[in-house]
Design a protein. Structure first.
Length: 195
């Protein structure tokens, strides 16, 4: 069994990562050097290098931790909802809630740095597959839905959100775009039951 001494570095590391998540979401990460981060977090550079051995790896570690934390929170919201149609809305709204604190600088930096762009793209693909499964679960006799088609539409829309295309075309940030996607899918399901 680990001693309390062995647990401290892990919780210290987790605290540093959580602080970095908040900082990156608010300000982005490209312009922040390790020295800047150490000053802002009131820690040493060696503390940051214990999290990851380089600035680039630190960025990837923190962005990956953000998406992992977000996924856990989104899945917790989803687990609390039992109605199949409301689960779709709950899922996409929870994603929107997780993305809402992210600044334009954060999204720009994620898109411009290959490893973080790939992390976001991977998470978007997983979320799109989850939406497809949720839509399939919502299909009932009397509510015929082509889950594969809706899944493709959701996946393409989510990829366009992730790549910044939706924002450039509509002015909607990622969180707002996810809420609109929830509206679109749930309205489509309601229309399917009326047909």
């Amino acid at each position: 069994m680990p001693t309390s001494r062995a647990r401290r570095p892990s919780s210290r590391r987790e605290g540093i990562v959580e602080s970095l998540i908040d900082l990156y979401l608010e300000e982005g990460f490209a312009a922040l050097g390790v020295g800047d981060l150490a000053v802002r977090l009131r820690c040493s550079k060696s503390t940051l290098y214990a999290v990851a051995p380089s600035k680039e790896q630190l960025i990837a570690t923190v962005v990956r931790a953000f998406f992992r934390r977000s996924t856990e929170r989104v899945e917790a919201v989803l687990a609390a909802e039992s109605d199949p149609v409301r689960r779709i809305r709950a899922y996409l709204d929870a994603i929107a809630t997780e993305l809402a604190p992210a600044s334009t600088d954060f999204y720009r930096d994620v898109e411009e740095f290959g490893p973080t762009r790939e992390i976001y793209a991977t998470n978007t693909a997983v979320a799109a597959a989850r939406v497809r499964d949720l839509v399939a679960d919502a299909e009932l006799p009397g509510r015929p839905v082509d889950a594969a088609f809706v899944g493709v539409v959701a996946a393409e829309t989510m990829a366009a959100i992730q790549q910044g295309r939706v924002q450039s075309l509509t002015g909607r940030d990622d969180a707002s775009a996810y809420r609109s996607l929830a509206d679109l899918i749930t309205a489509g399901l309601a229309g399917a039951s009326a047909r």
